[in-house]
Ligand binder design. Structure first.
Ligand SMILES: [Zn+2]
Length: 86
């Protein structure tokens, strides 16, 4: 199963429940889409509020891929200045 390319505002959620932005060195987006990196979930067209709202008490639930994922922390190495929707 191969998924089309992610929209620019996608948030990826790793198997360790860490939220990542596109372009992060930790992501291999091609492999995630081709299902070679199983266990990842994602949210296409995510908002800045969703990104900022990720937290232990408010897991951000994936809507695609592995939808049992709920991000509880944000990656600290993701590209800075990401502003979805702008
Ligand atoms: Zn990252």
């Amino acid at each position: 199963m191969t998924t089309p390319p992610f929209p620019p505002n996608t948030i990826l959620i790793s198997p360790r429940n860490v939220a990542h932005q596109l372009g992060c060195q930790h992501n291999d987006e091609t492999e995630i889409r081709s299902d070679e990196h199983s266990g990842w979930g994602w949210i296409p067209e995510a908002t800045a509020e969703q990104w900022k709202g990720v937290g232990e008490d408010r897991p951000l639930r994936a809507t695609h891929g592995e939808t049992s994922r709920g991000a509880t922390t944000r990656c600290k190495h993701c590209p800075s200045g990401w502003a979805p929707g702008s």
